[in-house]
Design a protein around this ligand. Structure first.
Ligand code: NAP
Length: 560
């Protein structure tokens, strides 16, 4: 049924869900979306979520590649808002595999009875703020339109895959699979010649498993990244007992984290008693190395993030970088090969570091060849495989672990328009200004979970999502209480936060390396730090201050 207030939507092609105006519509039903749905429902709002996938799972739903596993510890890579979940769910391993994370979210959706308010297999293709009724109009891929006062986006900051920029991609006739669109069932790799492009987190995890399955593996490696072993293991009853007594304290510690970085907890009494980070500059070099050794034995991402000042002190960062570089030789006996695998000369952490299992060792297998595409970039793909330095490598299955249009890609690939009629894509072409990485000028009543300008991808994203969801819900409650319907960000407040984000990124080693953190992996994308690098503690302080001021950075108005 056509609707007169629609702006920019093809009204002849859509069916407006005329009857219902929701308080809020949520795009995405992964970690952030599920929690937003639950919290807003608890607060008595009429709310619905849309999810492109056939079930919940978030980014993990699509990343079913062999070895896909979270490199943040499962005990903290999960919700903390629900005593029911705390009491009833139990993780099986220190680092949860992709299937277990999907099972967890699917269980949460059922246990909290969220499914009835989620439209699965439903992608939002347009979202326009209509100046007439001051509502958001969301159009699905199936042509339906839903209207709501508020629009909350939670598409996942790392969810829009990108293809490598290599000539002849369409010439290749073998099977080509992106890690973030892994098919079910996966390909049978037995007896096959397999190529992998990309050695970031995804490539690092899948390479050891693919090498075990296939006849020969060619790894086309461009940047040699920092890596630490996960030292994954099953979680025991004793671990869980420990966790139950330390849970509240550990969660509070994570929220006070002053630096960017992972969110590991260490099931270790000694470390649990310490502040989660130590200042590297307060230690001698010898002491730093001892500290790093201890962390190395414990494994996981927090080896590199051991020091609070790893990003602000170039000297401390250089020690961490050298330490991790030196460790390659402990895995690889062949000194020539070890040299080829040693992380490049860029500061640790300025490209997302990798955590895995048997990664470096895999390169010593006789069926694995390391092809350096840094010195000599891949020339092109052909019908049969890949050409590097004039040599053609014949490949049956080509795996693209080539990454994502991170943080902004999931939102700019949808036609989202605010009250000026400009799309988010147009606005962000000039830079990703925002208020707290949550709201934007020109886009009233639009909120981002995991948006640019928030610490999201530099922190334990699940915990940051939880915090943002609660903050957004508090804002909506405040508006309801004061009888307001529309919240517009004050331009001055947006400018102040954006300057803070930019300033934080000028400290220490940030911005010195080409990486997806600054949009350098997507041709044509504006280079700009995509996350707030000032740490979770400062972010929480800024958000709490805003809440305490009763959201003074917004201009509120009543419904038309
Ligand atoms: P990524 O870190 O962006 O890595 C992409 C890889 O592809 C890089 O090695 C890149 O090389 C390479 N590449 C791209 N184009 C290429 C070309 N034309 N020729 C040769 N190499 C090319 O992507 P990802 O590994 O999928 O990981 C993305 C993010 O997802 C991670 O950083 C992490 O935040 C998240 N993730 C997390 C987990 C987890 O355990 N929690 C697991 C997987 C992914 P260059 O570096 O030289 O550009």
């Amino acid at each position: 049924m056509p609707h007169s207030a629609l702006v920019g939507l093809d009204v002849t092609a859509v069916t407006v869900q005329e009857e219902k105006i929701y308080d809020a519509l949520i795009m995405g039903a992964g970690f952030g979306g599920l929690h937003a749905l639950h919290r807003l429902r608890q607060d008595g709002f009429k709310v619905m979520a849309f999810e492109a996938a056939a079930d919940t799972g978030g980014a993990w739903y699509w990343n079913g590649y062999p070895g896909a596993r979270c490199d943040v510890e499962s005990l903290v890579y999960c919700y903390s808002f629900s005593p029911i979940i705390d009491a009833e769910w139990r993780w099986s391993e220190r680092y949860a595999g992709r299937d277990e994370i999907c099972r967890y979210l699917q269980w949460v959706a059922t246990r909290l009875d969220l499914r009835k308010d989620i439209r699965f297999s439903t992608k939002i293709v347009k979202a326009h703020f209509a100046n007439g009724d001051q509502l958001w109009h969301l159009q699905t891929e199936h042509g339906e339109v839903f209207r709501a006062r508020h629009f909350i986006s939670s598409p996942g900051p790392i969810s829009t895959p990108i293809m490598p920029d290599i000539p002849g991609l369409s010439e290749y006739k073998g099977q080509m699979i992106h890690t973030a669109r892994w098919p079910t069932p996966g390909p049978d790799l037995a007896g096959k010649r397999v190529g992998v492009i990309g050695t970031g987190s995804s490539g690092t995890q899948l390479i050891p498993l693919v090498a075990e399955q296939c006849a020969h593996l060619y790894v086309f490696m461009r940047t040699r990244n920092y890596y630490s072993p996960a030292r994954n293991r099953p979680l025991t009853d004793a671990d869980y007992e420990w966790w139950k007594t330390h849970r509240a304290e550990i969660r509070a510690k994570l929220d006070k984290s002053e630096v960017s970085g992972g969110g590991d907890i260490f099931l270790d009494e000694d470390i649990a008693r310490q502040p989660i980070y130590t200042n590297g500059a307060d230690l001698s070099r010898q002491e730093r190395l001892q500290f790093l050794e201890r962390r190395w034995e414990l494994g996981g991402a927090m080896v590199g993030y051991a020091f609070r000042d790893v990003f602000t002190s170039p000297e401390v960062n250089a020690d961490v970088s050298d330490f991790l570089r030196s460790k390659v030789r402990t895995f690889v006996r062949d000194p020539e090969l070890a040299e080829k695998l040693e992380p490049g000369k860029f500061p640790f952490g300025t490209k997302r570091p990798c955590v895995g299992t048997r990664y470096f060792e895999t390169f010593e297998r006789p069926n694995v060849s390391l092809v350096d595409v840094k010195a000599t970039p891949m020339e092109r793909l052909t019908e049969k495989g890949a050409v590097v330095a004039g040599k053609e490598y014949e490949i049956d299955v080509l795996i693209l672990a080539s990454g994502f249009d991170a943080v902004t890609g999931a939102l700019t690939s949808i036609d989202i328009r605010g009250e000026s009629g400009r799309s988010l894509k147009q606005v962000w072409a000039e830079g990703t200004a925002s208020l707290l990485g949550i709201s934007l000028v020109e886009f009233p009543n639009f909120y981002m979970i995991g948006g640019p300008g928030s610490p999201s991808v530099l922190t334990n994203v699940v915990r940051t999502n939880e915090f943002q969801v609660d903050w957004i819900a508090d804002l909506l409650c405040e508006m309801r209480k004061s009888g307001n319907a529309t919240a517009r960000v004050k331009p001055r407040a947006q400018q102040a936060w954006t300057e803070k984000v930019e300033k934080a990124a000028t400290y220490g080693v940030w911005g010195k390396t080409d990486s997806w953190y600054i949009g350098a992996n997507v041709p044509g994308k504006k280079r700009q730090i995509l996350a707030f690098t000032g740490g979770m503690l400062n972010y929480r302080k800024a958000c709490n201050q805003e809440r305490d001021s009763r959201f003074d950075s917004y201009e509120f108005s009543a419904a038309p």
